[in-house]
Design a protein. Structure first.
Length: 161
């Protein structure tokens, strides 16, 4: 799985993949730690990219907005009052964009849940139909007889040759 993750990282975050590859050569112990940390950071995006590219893109954008927010907050703490106001306006835009992404992500999750519910409902209907067959006395008797023959080795096997 980690090989697949590294390949994905190379395609989606080439700078991070290069840093990681360089580290593997220079410091293998630190490489393992950074690999695990990176995987925990990008895991949701990586997993979503396998079966839901739209969700993966939203998660990527969300991660980018979190980084922008973190940078802006750092700048706001060290800026003078006038510059803080400008930076705070930028922060409002980032928070608003992130809110929109969160709503879209929740919409996708809701749609996935509806699809899963539909599949479960079909499975319930199939099980209900099977249960009806299994309760039939003739069906039971045939299956009990077949199983007894199977267990006792007295089942007659048809020989084609």
């Amino acid at each position: 799985m980690m090989d697949e993750y590294i390949k994905w990282l190379e395609e989606n975050y080439p700078d991070e993949a290069k840093k990681l590859a360089d580290m593997q050569q220079k410091n293998p112990d630190l490489y393992g730690t950074k690999l695990r940390l990176g995987f925990s950071m990008y895991r949701r995006i990586f997993e979503a990219s396998r079966n839901n590219p739209e969700l993966a893109e939203i998660l990527k954008q969300d991660l980018d907005l979190k980084e922008q927010r973190r940078d802006l907050l750092r700048k706001i703490r060290t800026a003078d009052k006038d510059h803080q106001k400008k930076l705070t306006e930028q922060l409002k835009g980032i928070v608003g964009n992130r809110y929109d992404l969160i709503v879209r992500r929740k919409q996708i999750e809701y749609e996935q849940m509806l699809e899963r519910l539909k599949e479960l409902q079909q499975e319930v209907q199939q099980k209900r139909a099977n249960l009806g067959n299994w309760k039939d006395a003739d069906f039971k008797n045939r299956n009990v007889q077949d199983r007894v023959q199977e267990l006792t080795g007295s089942a007659k096997e048809f020989k084609w040759e």
